[in-house]
Design a protein around this ligand. Structure first.
Ligand code: SF4
Length: 149
């Protein structure tokens, strides 16, 4: 299961299949990470720097984090994609097509000058999270998504 948690400042990624339940996140920032609570990650309860530190101690890579750099990522279901927006301009997108119970992610691209900021990962997670919530099987035919997932 893939989930993302967002504030204005940061995005946290969670891949439950990788979690070893070592609880380094919980001990590092208990106000934010709490197993059994829904949602179990509540970013509004902690400072970004402390959350970053706690996630950096995750031994499995189940949790990861990026600063948003003023880029907003949203789902554009009408056009079967997610988009990254900066000052109203689209600077990246992740495209998919749905067939029955499956979702094929076939293209992910971010403008080169905005590379290395975690935007592509945010785009893919946005699409995957929505697919999983709709109980669709994700087929990552885009090479970036395949590597990420
Ligand atoms: S620190 Fe990482 S591996 Fe450990 S419980 Fe948290 S998410 Fe899972």
């Amino acid at each position: 299961m893939h989930r993302l948690y967002e504030t204005e400042e940061i995005t946290v990624f969670w891949d439950s299949d990788r979690c070893r339940h070592a609880k380094m996140c919980v001990t590092g920032c208990p106000e934010v990470f709490e197993f059994g609570r829904r949602p179990w990650i509540d970013l509004s309860r902690g400072e970004a720097s402390k959350i970053w530190q706690a996630i950096s101690r995750c031994p499995s890579g189940a949790l990861s984090i990026t600063y948003n750099h003023d880029v907003r990522v949203e789902l554009d279901e009408e056009n079967s994609r997610s988009i990254a927006l900066l000052d109203g301009e689209i600077i990246g997108e992740c495209d998919y097509s749905d067939q029955g119970d499956s979702r094929n992610i076939y293209h992910t691209e971010v403008m080169p000058e905005y590379g290395g900021k975690g935007i592509a990962k945010r785009l893919v997670y946005k699409v995957v999270e929505a697919a999983e919530r709709a109980k669709k099987t994700v087929i990552p035919s885009c090479s970036y998504a395949a590597k990420l997932l």
